[in-house]
Ligand binder design. Structure first.
Ligand code: ATP
Ligand code: MG
Length: 399
């Protein structure tokens, strides 16, 4: 009997132990699955937090330049053939080379808008009927490659009505391509020194173009942090849209100011380069102010920055113009024939005074671009973006 009871008790305990063991392993499994679930949720939360943080930092950085994405780019980058890439701080579309080839009719000569030091710029019609200008840069040229990289990187961060918009870029085996919005009235240079000899741009339009350029430069110098020095401001890099709104283009030589960016190869265009940069490599925002002064003289006088007098003999517009600019009685006689006697003389003297200040050899005597902007605003008619009240006229040509 006692054996049966003992056996029963042993059996009962063994069963109870088995049940306990089973329950324990069930509990264990529950704990493990709970831990796994919590870890997974934690990882997801951490990833989302990290993503949000990175995204926020990028927006903050770009907001320093007021560059929260490019409208053109957004419209354009919906296309399936475009691949959006992120440069150091901005976003830019990689455009399929075949689209550019098709859009420029195989880079046909009749599509050439102009020629620069590194290649031609072609007009193109891209997807969704978007008009564009395509700059083709030779791959083999090291300087062209550097300018390509720098221009794409800088332009992808900028957004301003007076700065050219970047639509994207492309590459093939032999060349690189930068794609911009198309400026139907091409460059200021082509109007001033091309076949029309300035006849298409009246005095009020010239003042508006000058004001637009100062607005673009003020954005680069004062609203971008760190500031951007364009380094190659000239009439061929001032482009005009269908309403003659001016935009600054060609950022291949532009430098982002700051302590790290001091040693740059001496670059620029003869006639526009400030003397302190040419002699000592001293590069500041005042170099752009000097180049702007030269453009202002081109607008006033209709002359090129450097005129050839005889073979091997050149004269700078500044040297030539200074005696006239400082003598009110002589100044009207040297104004561009296309606009001669069409402006208020008081306004002419004011613009001449601004130009003289901008091209001062000593950079500290030159004004800041903000000061130039404020002195030009009252000289531009209200309907063109300034504050000058004018008597209404039928068309701008007669103003
Ligand atoms: N977005 C654009 N829309 C219309 N025309 C353009 C556009 N970009 C450039 N061009 C034209 O193409 C020409 C060549 O431009 P590019 O910037 O290559 O050279 P550049 O400014 O003339 O000289 P450099 O090579 O010395 O800078 C310009 O002068 C202008 O006439
Ligand atoms: Mg150019």
């Amino acid at each position: 009997m006692s054996f049966i009871v003992t056996a029963y008790i042993t059996c009962h305990y063994q069963q109870r132990e088995k049940e306990l063991h089973k329950q324990e392993s069930n509990n264990m499994r529950l704990v493990i699955s709970l831990a796994a679930t919590f870890s997974l949720v934690g990882i997801i939360l951490l990833c989302s937090l990290l993503y949000w943080f990175c995204h926020r930092r990028r927006n903050l950085k770009s907001s320093g330049c007021g560059c929260s994405g490019i409208t053109f780019l957004n419209r354009f980058s919906r296309s399936k053939t475009l691949d959006k890439r992120t440069t150091k701080q901005g976003t830019v579309s990689l455009i399929d080379y075949n689209i550019l080839e098709e859009g420029t009719s195989g880079f046909k000569e009749s599509n050439i808008l102009g020629q620069g030091g590194f290649g031609c710029v072609y007009s193109a019609t891209l997807e969704n009927n978007i008009s564009a200008a395509v700059k083709k840069l030779d791959c083999a040229n090291e300087d062209a490659a550097k300018e390509f990289k720098s221009e794409v990187e800088i332009l992808s961060k900028l957004q301003h009505p007076n700065i050219i918009s970047l639509l994207g870029y492309s590459t093939n085996d032999t060349a690189r391509f930068i794609v911009y919005e198309l400026m139907p009235n091409v460059s200021l240079e082509s109007h001033l020194h091309g076949s029309s000899q300035g006849s298409a741009i009246t005095w009020p339009m010239r003042m508006k173009i000058a004001l637009d350029v100062t607005r673009g430069l003020e954005y680069l110098h004062e609203h971008c942090h760190p500031a951007i020095i364009h380094r190659d401001l000239k009439s061929s890099n001032i482009l005009l849209d269908s309403n003659f709104n001016a935009k600054i283009s060609d950022f291949g030589l532009a430098v982002v100011d700051g302590p790290k960016n001091k040693n740059h190869k001496l670059s620029g265009t003869v006639g526009y380069v400030a003397p302190e940069y040419l002699l000592n490599g001293q590069l500041t925002e005042k170099s752009d102010v000097y180049a702007f002064g030269v453009v202002l003289l081109e607008l006033l006088l209709g002359k090129k920055p450097v005129e050839k007098l005889a073979p091997g003999e050149c004269q700078s517009i500044i040297t030539w113009a200074m005696p006239y600019l400082t003598d009110r009685t002589k100044l009207p006689s040297v104004i561009d024939p296309a606009i001669k006697d069409t402006m208020d003389l008081k306004h002419l003297y004011q613009v001449a005074a601004v130009a003289i200040l901008c091209v001062q050899p000593e950079p500290s005597y030159r004004p800041l671009i903000t000061d130039v902007l404020h002195s030009l605003i009252p000289l531009v008619p209200m309907e063109l973006g300034g504050t000058l009240k004018t008597i209404k006229c039928a068309s701008m040509d007669h103003c």
